[in-house]
Design a protein around this ligand. Sequence first.
Ligand code: SAH
Length: 345
Amino acid sequence: MTDLKSLTREELTDYIISLGEKKFRASQLYEWMHVHLAGSLDDMTNLPATLKERLKQECIYTVADMAERHISKEDGTQKFLFSMADGQMIESVFMPYKHGNSVCISSQAGCRMGCAFCASTIGGLVRNLTAAEMLEQIYAITRITGERVSNVVVMGTGEPLDNYDNLVRFIRLLTDEKGQNLSQRSITVSTCGLAEKIGRLAEEHFQITLALSLHAVTDEKRRQIMPVARSYSIAQLMEACRGYFETTGRRITFEYSLIAGVNDTDADVEGLSSLARSVGAHVNLIPVNPVTETSFVPPDRRQADVFKNKLEKNHINVTIRRSMGRDIDGACGQLRRKSLGLEKE
Ligand code: SAH
């Protein structure tokens, strides 16, 4: 089966021609999918019925079916649970900001990275998401809310660089001038630190922002909370980050989940400062979201501010991420787990 919405414009054109159709049919189809965000082939009024029938037989037309929608009364954040064709459930978040709407998407159903504080990884990896399934999270949210999406962060369930080819395809499609034409600069990809893949991503020469989930400043501590740290040392990651910056000119972001008593000491401030300085990174502090199955707790607001101020004294560019949608299920992956009936009450 041909996965229509995952095809690049060139691939779609080749495919349509292989069916004995005229080339302009490919343009029409592409526009229906990626500009009008058509929810089905039947919506495509200017395509011949015979072609639509053929496509229905030979192709997959990916749509994200909304299974749940939760709207925060506090800040307008909306969390969506989407059902995929095979019944897999995935989570996406819509966040309205003054400067535009942001959507956080999942890149995999489940995750195999095993970070100790993260809910998304508890059931392991089920499968990769296709490029179409990544796009559809944004398209479906646009259809449902009627709002334009101006920023996309690949920070939901899954490790995007563990699904590398589909991720790259997704970025190409989302930024294609004949599709949504989103600027590459409005896309952020977050990784737990697969060093070789960071090097490969740099070679794509995208203008996207790369966020590295650092969370600890020594290899020893990082290994305790992130199993991936057994494969790549912090030194290797810093080298990959420097390479990414040199090749793309894009400044790296470090994500640092503050966990009380684990990574919030003065020594951590100093270690984080010197790592951030070494690659010119911006630091994003995220007070850890408590997950039912884990015992990690965030420092209180005042302690988090103290940590931030100390970084600033070291001339590090730092922000604390505002927690959004707290009233509609905190941390990543929790909604999906709840829907699967897996989360312990
Ligand atoms: N796998 C990628 C992207 C998904 S996780 C990555 O590791 O970056 C997105 C971000 O949320 C990561 O920085 C991750 O470490 C962080 N995160 C996961 N669980 C969290 C929690 N309970 N509280 C705060 N941040 C969390």
